[in-house]
Design a protein around this ligand. Structure first.
Ligand SMILES: Cc1cc2nc3c(=O)[nH]c(=O)nc-3n(C[C@H](O)[C@H](O)[C@H](O)COP(=O)(O)O)c2cc1C
Length: 671
């Protein structure tokens, strides 16, 4: 594909952005005391070097009540020198820079949190203080003073945060805003707070810098604003003087997934288009755009004027440059796992990236500098950890060979991307296939590694990345039955095993939940067939819908713990449960399985001994253990070469840990 639109400059007033690629605001938690320091600065300079057109930093703290610890602060002149140096560094790399002004209102985790009304927050579970008229003016003033400071520091603009359920949304929403004064009630009154705010900021910064607005394309909250009101708000913001509108998804508290992998790439572009149809200022589209090809299509289809790549630029800061240089094969796509970014933020840690160990550590590693001591490196196993080790070792100049016992690379990834909503995970295997090809890494498939084979290779270093073995629990009736009506999740997902009508998935971890969802969709019409049947009116529309949405299996999931998905991150677990409810999957928790017998499973439960009968297929998702037999054998033989163990064969953990260990191990091979 030719990227004719993505690299067209975008002129907004007097600010010329070199292309249509925007890195939107992300709270990174790299600024514990609010000051911009090296970690923060290096992160963004790398993205500017990588070709991003516009960088929006933040949310930035503008007062004492709207933001928690860890935010970049712009609420005092003491931050000015750091802000000024930072803006210059970004400009020196050819990008523009904007600061997002953050006021979370009731979403602030603080006893001092304020809102339009004293309505308990669904997010923090706390009741904020209702802002008095004087209080409203103070918050507006904090925005304006902060904006002046941002201008003084040499930034190209400010972005007012009017999305995600924060203070502006709390004024706009009839669900939260219960005021009876001029700031509540009618739509006009609810708009008063943000419109006054925009006008005040504009008055104070003049026309020299941009004033943008980030908005919720649809709150996705019952009894709150929808995409219809959103377009009306945007029109008013334009009239009040905003220079661009950045359209994102709904509120943090919504039950509609907006960022996990299950959201198809480009799913929310329609929200940007909805706004674009109403305004003439540039509109940015956001959320789950991880691929320059999708971005180019959005621009060509006239649905937005610029594209926000948030996590995609954490995963690969050089995405713009690689696209421009026609090196799509080298782009490390964000797969929306959220393991290192959102899940870290929600647990008070700073942002990292599963796919990119260097994210948050910019300036610490130099992959351009070749090793002075090239080693002969043998990597056993081609799961994500082994593949990352191979990539990094080869780029650094080592002589790398991978041995894989299966006939394809990827290890567990090859089953992990099979369940619905997991498709992006396949990008990881595709990426490494291309890395192997372009970096000429020596790969041997369908070869079982043995101590003899390893010795004969005469390596200097061996990295064991042999993954896991699947655990079969020790329950009466199970031994010997595997293969008749009991199989492992891996077997089912690999389609090596036919799945009957009545299905029980044993084990409620991530794998169990995803396998249950997968089983519940077996037999459903795929989208292409549903479209064909619709086109020729072969079935009533509501029947097509039912058969497209749900499969034809009856699925139950059974778990010994009182909670499903204890190993699933906070950004994903609730949505998986919601998906299971929609698919009619029966969930049994706190169950102690005592016996499998034929088509029956028996278990102890708080409500007494119970059984499920007439089950055609039992799928075991009962865990894995480290597969380190070969490593141990080689280690015992006191080898003359260095040996390392990485990823799940050390201890089954997340893919983030496997990939990061792969990177770190390869980087220090010659050290
Ligand atoms: C760690 C993290 C922190 C974020 N913090 C903010 C923020 O402070 N303000 C904001 O408007 N959006 C914030 N976002 C949302 C992103 O700007 C973006 O809308 C979201 O990640 C979806 O886009 P993506 O799929 O391209 O990542 C944050 C995202 C991440 C990953």
């Amino acid at each position: 594909m030719k990227f004719v639109k993505l690299f067209e400059p975008l002129k907004i007033k007097n600010v010329e952005i070199r292309n249509r690629i925007v890195l939107p605001a992300m709270a990174l938690n790299y600024t514990p005391d609010g000051f911009i320091k090296d970690q923060f600065s290096n992160f963004y300079v790398e993205r500017a070097k990588g070709g991003t057109g516009l960088i929006i930093i933040g949310g930035c703290k503008i007062d004492d009540v709207g933001a928690g610890p860890g935010f970049i602060a712009v609420d005092d002149d003491k931050y000015l020198p750091g802000m000024t140096t930072f803006a210059k560094k970004i400009h020196d790399e050819g990008a523009k820079v904007i600061a997002q002004l953050y006021q979370a209102g009731a979403y602030a985790i603080s006893p001092k949190a304020v809102s339009s009304s004293a309505v308990r927050s669904n997010l923090t579970k706390m009741v904020p203080k209702e802002l008095s008229i004087e209080g409203i003016k103070e918050v507006q003033e904090s925005h304006a003073t902060a904006a002046e400071r941002v201008k003084k520091a040499g930034f190209d603009g400010v972005e007012i945060l009017g999305s995600a359920g924060y203070l502006i949304n709390q004024f706009l929403s009839p669900k939260i805003n219960l005021r009876t004064d001029e700031y509540g009630g009618s739509l006009e009154n609810r708009l008063r707070y943000p419109l006054e705010l925009i006008k005040l900021v504009k008055e104070r910064v003049g026309n020299d810098i941009l004033v943008g607005m980030r908005i919720a394309g649809d709150d996705f909250v019952p009894k709150s604003n929808t995409y219809k009101e959103s377009a009306i708000f945007a029109k008013h913001y334009e009239e009040a003087g905003v220079d661009y509108i950045n359209v994102t998804g709904g509120w943090h508290e919504t039950r509609t997934p907006q960022i996990p992998m299950m959201v198809p790439p480009g799913a929310y572009v329609y929200l940007a288009e909805n706004v674009k149809n109403q305004v003439s200022v540039p509109v940015f589209s956001s959320n789950r755009i991880n691929d320059p090809i999708i971005a180019e299509h959005i621009l060509r289809d006239g649905m937005a004027d610029a594209i926000c790549f948030a996590r995609a630029l954490i995963a690969d800061p050089y995405l713009p440059r690689k696209t421009q240089e026609n090196k799509l094969w080298d782009i490390r796509k964000c797969v929306a796992c959220n393991q290192g970014c959102f899940d870290h933020i929600f647990t008070g840690r700073s942002v990292e990236c599963m796919r990119n160990y260097v994210a948050s550590r910019e300036g610490t590693f130099d992959l351009e500098k070749k090793t002075e001591n090239p080693l002969k490196v043998l990597i056993i196993g081609s799961g994500p950890g082994g593949l990352e080790a191979a990539r990094v070792a080869k780029i650094l100049g080592h002589d790398v060979t991978i041995i894989e016992k299966k006939d394809e690379i990827g290890g567990q990834i090859n089953v992990s991307y099979v369940p619905p909503g997991r498709r992006d995970i396949k990008d990881i295997v595709d990426y490494y296939k291309l890395q192997i090809k372009h970096n000429n890494i020596d790969l041997h498939l369908s070869v079982e590694a043995t101590p003899e084979l390893i010795n004969n290779h005469k390596p200097d270093a061996v990295i064991f990345a042999t993954g896991v073995k699947y655990e079969v629990p020790n329950i009466p009736g199970i031994d010997g039955s595997l293969g008749s009506n009991i199989c492992l999740a891996e077997e089912a997902l690999s389609e090596n095993y036919p799945v009957g009508k009545n299905v029980v998935v044993v084990g409620g971890s991530a794998t169990g939940m995803e396998t249950a969802i997968w089983a519940s969709e077996l037999g459903a019409l795929n989208s292409e067939v549903a479209r064909f049947i619709s086109l020729y009116d072969l079935m009533p529309r509501d029947e097509i819908y039912e058969k497209w949405l749900k499969g034809n299996r009856n699925v139950t999931i059974i778990e010994m713990l009182p909670r499903l998905g204890t190993n699933v991150g906070r950004t994903t677990r609730g949505f998986l449960i919601g998906h299971m409810i929609k698919m009619g999957i029966k969930m049994i928790k706190s169950a102690n399985i005592t016996k499998f017998e034929g088509k029956t499973i028996e278990f102890e439960h708080a409500e007494g001994n119970q059984s499920l009968n007439d089950i055609d297929t039992f799928i075991l998702a009962t865990g894995v253990r480290a597969n380190n037999d070969l490593h141990n054998k080689v280690k015992e033989s006191n080898p003359s070469f260095k040996i390392y163990k990485i990823g799940d064969c050390k201890k089954p953990r997340t893919m983030l840990e496997a990939i990061h260990e792969g990177f770190k191990t390869a980087y220090k091979l010659d050290k």
